[in-house]
Design a protein around this ligand. Sequence first.
Ligand code: OGA
Ligand code: NI
Length: 340
Amino acid sequence: MEDLLVSSWCKDRAVPETYIFPAEERPGKLIDVPVGNNIPVVDLGVHDQTQIIQQIFEASQHFGFFQVINHGVPNHLMDDAMSVFKEFHAMSGKDKTIECSKDPNKSCSVYTGSQNYAKERFHLWKDGLLHLCNPQEKYIQFWPEKPTRYREVVGPYTTEVRKLGFRILEFISQGLGISPGYFSSGLAENPRLLVNHYPPCPDPSLTLGQGKHRDPSIINILLQSEVYGLQVFKDEEWIGVKPIPYAFVINIGYPLQIISNGKLKGAEHRVVTNSNLARTTASFFINPLDETIIEPAKTLVDASNPVLYRSLLYKNFLIKYVAASGNTQVLEEALSSSTE
Ligand code: OGA
Ligand code: NI
C-alpha cells in the first residue's frame, strides 16, 4: 500500500494513464469555475435562533451545502488539528502504514483513492487517513502515535466537532419539524474522521481528487484549509466553495435526504487538484450505526407527501451505495419506495 500512495510517487512522474479521467468527466478548464460567495454562510453566533434555523433549512433545501462561522470550535484547535493532519501526510509511506496498523479490526486505515483501489474505474489523486472516533476511549488507542501530538490534538478536536454536529442536527430537526432528539439515537452514533490529502498534480485538467459523489453520511463537517479545490454541482453547473478562514463547510448526505423524505438535498460534489499546492482537508462524517434504520421520518409523510424512500438498515444502505458506484440514477432507483 505504501508505494501506491499518491504522495509516495507524485513528485517523480507524469500523470499515469490510470489517473486520467475520461474527457466528459475531467475538470478540463472547469478547474476555474467561479469561486463565488454562492454557498450560504450561516453565522451561528447570532442570538436569533429562528434565523439560524431558517438559514440552515433553506441552504439544506437548495444547495445541500453551507458554511458556518462563529461555531464555537476554538481557532487554535482548528489550527493544531490542521497542522497534525499535514504532518501525518508528510511522513513516509512506511510510517503512515505502521501508524495505521494497530487495530486488527481495522478501525484505522490509510489508503489511496476511494478505499477500493483495485476496482475503481480511474484512480483518484488522493490519499486518505480514516478512523473511527466514538466512543473515544475505545478507538483512540488505535489512532496514530506519530506525529506525537496526534492523539492529544485530535481527541479534543473530534469531541468539539461532534458537539457542533449535534447542534447543527438539532437546527435541522427544528427546520424540518421533526423531534429535536431525532438524531440522538443510533443515527449519529458512529462518526468517522477522514483526513484527505491531495498532493500537487502536474496536470490538474486531467485528474480529480474526488469524483462527483454524494456522501453516505448524515452530514459532513469539513475543515477545508486555505487551499481551494471543492466544487458543488447545482443546477447542472459546478460552483467552487470559497475557503473562509476558520469556517466549517457542512453538507447534507444521502441518508439525511432519505430521512427528510426528499425535502433536503444530498448534494453532489467533487474535488479538483492543483499544480502548486498540496491540499489537506478533514471530513468529520456523522454516521449511523450499522443496525440503525434509515427511513423517512414518519411525521414528514402524509397523503400529500407520499413516502419516497424505502426503509433500510444503514449497513444495507451502504451495500446499495457501493453497488451504484457513483451513478445517481441507479442509487435513486435502488432506494426508491416504489421498487420495494
Ligand atoms: C469527502 C469530501 C471534500 C474535500 O471527504 O467526502 O467530499 O474538499 N471532501 O476534501
Ligand atoms: Ni464528499
